[in-house]
Design a protein around this ligand. Structure first.
Ligand SMILES: CCCC(=O)SCCNC(=O)CCNC(=O)[C@H](O)C(C)(C)COP(=O)(O)OP(=O)(O)OC[C@H]1O[C@@H](n2cnc3c(N)ncnc32)[C@H](O)[C@@H]1OP(=O)(O)O
Length: 342
């Protein structure tokens, strides 16, 4: 099969070598296939969460859907990535199979309430010849918590194609997952009790994403660093090929995870008292598999006025730029008080 050209927008087959464009339906059921195959055995318990639960909306009426929650941050505000991913699923449901998500822009206008489901109301703004635009309001208690616009395009290859170069980093096989790092820290005999509680709480969180930090933090010896971060990410569980809209929705979910924290890296003397994403924009550049390791390159070019701007680039392992995102978040901090040495 011919290698796919870089620059195919998000939507055709999720494999990186394919010369056909399978019908891209948004059927969120796990791919049919051999349930006993090694791939399909991966994280069976979490496959149902991302593919058949978090991003599998219930249709209430035409252009009206309902989403449920799985993992909720300790802030007890709904995770922004979940609301973005579900909004993109809702938008994509009214878009033809020959159209592929290429961008979305969202504002988070109220905190999501984990005690009630989210309704997604889709407005069919325009169906153009090449581009189709949808507007989605995520609603709880009768009020919008997120407003999102998403745009879809027909495949329209072009001779104009370029991208930055992917950073040179160790492959994921040479790195530890966040959970393995926490267990390593917990294994230290001199670890203070107060740290053990926090680390065990982190271990107990069932985040449907696997993460391998490229530069793991030196535990509790936080030092100032540039506002840049790199980690390998992938959805837990098997999603399979041929469902590019779903991979875009999963990437939208993943893209909001640990992104805003990049802006805090130069300030180890402060901790966030209140941090929340204000907006989120994302662009899909090429086909990719969100259930395979991708490098997430994060940086924060600016912070000020109790806000931080962060940007991310998701790279395929073969060096192709899969997606880019930008986000501004509110960051209200207070000095970290350390026990005095006296
Ligand atoms: C890194 C996490 C990534 C995420 O997933 S966050 C989830 C997605 N994003 C969101 O949920 C944000 C949704 N949007 C909103 O909640 C509101 O638009 C937003 C950003 C709070 C602004 O609303 P406003 O009414 O203007 O808010 P506000 O300025 O009155 O502040 C509301 C909350 O901030 C807190 N706050 C205000 N001044 C503060 C200060 N000096 N130090 C610390 N905290 C402070 C205030 O307590 C309030 O918090 P809370 O809502 O009561 O929990």
């Amino acid at each position: 099969m011919a290698e796919r050209k870089v620059g195919d927008i998000c939507g055709s087959s999720a494999s990186t070598t394919s010369d056909d464009h399978p019908k891209d339906t948004l059927d969120l059921k796990p791919e049919d296939g051999d349930p006993e195959s090694p791939e399909a055995q991966k994280d069976q318990d979490l496959k149902s969460v991302l593919v058949t639960s978090v991003l599998n909306l219930e249709e209430i009426d035409v252009d009206l859907y309902r989403g449920t929650h799985h993992w909720v941050p300790r802030t007890q505000r709904l995770f922004g990535g979940q609301i973005i991913g579900q909004a993109l699923v809702a938008a994509a449901k009214s878009v033809g199979d020959n159209l592929y998500a290429h961008s979305l822009h969202c504002y988070f206008v109220r905190a999501g309430d984990p005690k009630v489901p989210v309704l997604y109301q889709v407005d069919r703004i325009r169906d153009g010849r090449s581009f189709t635009v949808r507007s989605v309001r995520a609603i709880q208690h009768g009020q919008p918590i997120l407003i999102c616009q998403a745009s879809f395009q027909m495949l329209q290859p072009s001779p104009l194609q370029h991208q930055f170069t992917m950073p040179a980093v160790p492959p994921p096989e040479d790195l530890l997952t966040a959970e393995e790092l926490i267990r390593l820290y917990l294994s230290k005999p001199d670890l203070a009790e107060k740290y053990k509680l926090g680390l065990n709480k982190l271990l107990a969180i069932e985040v449907p994403i696997e993460i391998k930090p490229v530069n793991p933090p030196v535990f509790y010896k936080v030092t100032a660093s540039e506002p840049k971060n790199l980690f390998w990410v992938r959805a837990r569980g098997y999603i399979g090929e041929g469902n590019m809209k779903l991979h875009c929705c999963v990437a939208a979910y993943v893209s909001d995870f640990a992104l805003l924290g990049t802006a805090l890296l130069p300030y180890p003397g402060y901790r966030a008292q209140f941090a929340a994403s204000l907006d989120h924009a994302m662009w899909f550049h090429s086909t990719f598999r969100s259930d395979e390791w991708m490098l997430y390159e994060c940086e924060s070019p600016w912070a000020g006025g109790s806000r931080g701007l962060v940007q991310g680039r998701l790279w395929r392992r073969d060096g192709v730029l899969a997606a880019s995102c930008s986000q501004e978040g509110v960051l209200r901090v207070k000095p970290v008080t350390r026990p005095s040495k006296l």
